[in-house]
Structures are given as structure tokens and as C-alpha cells.
Design a protein around this ligand. Structure first.
Ligand SMILES: [Zn+2]
Length: 396
């Protein structure tokens, strides 16, 4: 068994839950155990190891001079998640150092391995807390309101020290290997994805206000049915996203009030998640959603409340590093596809500060955030080999 495969299997045993999945959340004993395991692997390779003030594991191979090439991903998971999301990128980064050391490479600049804390944000609904702190983007007021300080105290850590995790200025490039978490590579039979951009995400809470009334005695033409408005919105968003190749739309939560089988819904509240990796399209999303819902409200005689709940702009990844990854893949005999990422990643935080790039390996059936998440062993090995080749290019 290869070292990479053995490491993946060892990591998968930590935080394994009764559903067959893996649960490792920020500042829990499960993630602490995974971090300790990683720090042992890094120490074995003779690099300097630390758990930084934000709970990120950093392995610093201090060699040569100048800014570091940072490689890695995350070891935290969603509830009952899979064994590849995040973990593959971390063990692959360890593997890169192992390979370069075995080859006797003496880097002309430092090579750092990272496992960012709390990428998934499962415990506090935060998301990318570790990479944001690493990049000096601490949102202490928000994190305080989500129970982060209490959890940190319980884990013996200091909330006030979080800003001291900021050291992105010592980094010159970031590379992250990750599973695709979608079906595109598998369907096309392509080995690897070179990520061009990470999608922008816009979230809303919408509420149509109609009139609750008797389901039998109110004539159809006189109803102000809020759920009909919401249903029309679901379809309008779906149809708009289907008509474009750079947009997705999802309504994932919906509730009708008062909620009686014989009552015309007087109110309907629902969430909207719209995304685009294209900055131009992303800029059109907010007015599009607002105009679409306003038109439906007018036609159905409904009131409308629409509030933006979250916004993350799309990020384009570094063109030079994309070329390095593509060239490295070609040299390994791998086929590649340039593609956007529909999911958020630590790389989108790093990309605002340093040149960053991502390499995707196929996800079987496009499944992720599930115990059924799977990537073929050959693809894991290939991804790590290409990453090693790209890092070698950047440091020799
Ligand atoms: Zn991930």
C-alpha cells in the first residue's frame, strides 16, 4: 500500500461515526486527534510543526529564502462526511514533502504544509475560519456571537489570540488538491480538473405575503396564495439557471403558513441560493432575483420581503499557477479540464492575498459530504503526483 493510501485510511479512522461517516468539527477532541496525527506525520519528515492560534496545523520546511509555497487543505468535516473532502489535500501535501525529501530536493524557498481549521464551519456556521484568520481576515465580533470563544476556552485555546494566526504575507503561492464534489470529470472521463475560478455565492431569505382563507369557499380567482408565488419563484429561478451555463439556483428550505391542508397559504418563506463563477454574471444575480420575485408578487397580488443573508464574490484563480498545474499533469500523462468550482474552498480566501490554484480529482457519482464519497485510488495518486511535480517546479 502506498504511503498516501495508508495515510488516507489512517485519517479516515479518526472521528468515524456510527453512520459510516466521519465527523470532525473545530475544537473538538476528534479534530484535535486528527491534528495530532498529522503533526506526528510532519514531525517524522523533519519539518517544523505547530498548531497556530487559529487551530491550523502548519508544517514548515524552512529551506532557501523568500516566500513559501503553501500546500494543503482541511481535516474538519461536515456532519457524517466522507474520507476525501479536505483530507486528501492534506495527506497529499504531506506526501509531496515526503517525495521531495526522498528525491533529495533542496528547495530554494520554503515549502509549507497546512491543514486549515474549520473550513466546513459545521459547528458554528462560520466557514473557513482558519484560512480567514491565516489571511488576517478575523471577524471576531461575528465569531464571538457564534460561540467560538467558549469552544476555544474549553479546548484550552485563547480567542483573543486569533489575529496572531495571520501570516499570509510569508506565503508566495497556495496550491490545494481537492475532490471535485461534482460529476463533471467522471462523466467526461477526464483525470484531473484545473480550477479556473471559485463560484460566487449569494443567499436570500424571501417571504411572500398573501391572505390566509378558506380552501373551499374562496373563489380561485380571488385567492392571494403565497405558496403559489413561492412555487412560481422556484420554477423561474430553475429555468433561468438552466438557460445559462454559468449560473446555479436552489431553493432548499420552504414553509407555508399557517400550514393547514384546508387553508390557502397566507405566507410562504423560503431560502434562495444563487451562484456564478463569472464576476459579470454574479453582478447580475441580485437584481435578477429581486426583479423576478417582484414581478411574481405583482401578478399574484402578494407582498414581498426579500433579505440578502450572505454574499461571497467569485474568485478567479491564478493563471500562471493554472499553467503550472496543467503542464505538470501533461508530464504525468494525465488528461485535464479547465473548470470552475461550484463549491467554496480555503483557496478562495487565500486567492485574495496570494496567487492560488486548485487541482480537482474525480468524485464517483459526483457524491460528496456523504459517507458514500469516493475517489479511485489511482486518481488520488495521480493528483498527488501532479501536485508534487508542480511544487518541484516552483521550488527548484
Ligand atoms: Zn473541502
Amino acid at each position: 500500500m502506498s504511503s498516501l493510501r495508508a495515510d488516507l485510511e489512517a485519517a479516515a479512522r479518526i472521528g468515524a461515526d456510527e453512520h459510516g461517516g466521519i465527523s470532525r468539527f473545530a475544537w473538538t477532541s476528534e479534530l484535535a486527534q486528527a491534528n495530532a496525527w498529522l503533526m506526528e506525520r510532519l514531525a517524522e519528515l523533519g519539518v517544523e510543526v505547530e498548531l497556530d492560534p487559529a487551530g491550523n496545523v502548519l508544517g514548515r520546511w524552512e529551506s532557501g529564502e523568500g516566500t513559501a509555497v503553501l500546500i494543503g487543505s482541511h481535516l474538519d468535516t461536515v456532519p457524517s462526511g466522507g474520507r476525501y473532502d479536505g483530507a486528501l489535500g492534506v495527506v497529499a501535501a504531506v506526501d509531496v514533502v515526503r517525495r521531495l525529501k526522498a528525491e533529495g530536493v533542496e528547495p530554494r524557498r520554503p515549502v509549507w504544509v497546512v491543514s486549515f481549521n474549520d473550513e466546513e464551519g459545521a459547528r458554528f456556521q462560520t466557514g473557513m475560519l482558519g484560512s480567514r484568520a491565516f489571511c488576517g481576515e478575523c471577524d471576531l465580533a461575528d465569531w464571538r456571537g457564534r460561540g467560538v470563544p467558549e469552544a476555544m476556552v474549553e479546548a484550552g485555546r485563547d480567542f483573543a489570540a486569533l489575529p496572531r494566526a495571520g501570516r499570509v504575507q510569508e506565503v508566495g503561492a497556495f496550491l490545494e488538491l481537492h475532490i471535485e464534489q461534482g460529476p463533471v470529470l467522471e462523466r467526461l472521463g477526464v483525470d484531473l480538473g484545473v480550477v479556473t475560478a471559485i463560484t460566487g455565492i449569494l443567499g436570500f431569505r424571501a417571504r411572500f405575503l398573501g391572505e390566509a382563507n378558506h380552501a373551499g369557499t374562496t373563489p380561485m380567482e380571488h385567492r392571494r396564495d403565497a405558496l403559489v408565488g413561492a412555487a412560481r419563484a422556484v420554477l423561474a429561478l430553475r429555468d433561468a439557471a438552466r438557460a445559462r451555463d454559468d449560473m446555479t439556483a436552489n431553493v432548499g428550505v420552504i414553509a407555508a403558513e399557517p400550514g393547514g391542508f384546508n387553508v390557502v397559504p397566507g405566507a410562504a418563506e423560503f431560502t434562495i441560493d444563487v451562484r456564478s463563477p463569472s464576476p459579470r454574471r454574479f453582478g447580475e444575480l441580485e437584481p435578477f432575483v429581486r426583479e423576478t420575485l417582484t414581478a411574481i408578487a405583482d401578478e399574484e397580488g402578494l407582498g414581498l420581503e426579500l433579505a440578502e443573508t450572505h454574499r461571497k464574490s467569485p474568485v478567479e484563480l491564478d493563471a500562471g499557477l493554472q499553467d503550472v498545474l496543467e503542464e505538470a499533469a501533461r508530464e504525468e500523462g494525465a488528461t485535464t479540464l479547465r473548470m470552475p468550482s461550484g463549491a467554496g474552498h480555503d483557496a478562495m480566501v487565500l486567492a485574495h492575498h496570494v496567487p492560488a490554484a486548485m487541482l480537482f480529482v474525480p468524485s464517483r457519482g459526483g457524491v460528496s459530504h456523504s459517507p458514500d464519497e469516493h475517489t479511485a485510488a489511482d486518481h488520488c495518486e495521480l493528483g498527488a503526483s501532479v501536485l508534487a511535480r508542480a511544487v518541484r517546479r516552483l521550488v527548484t
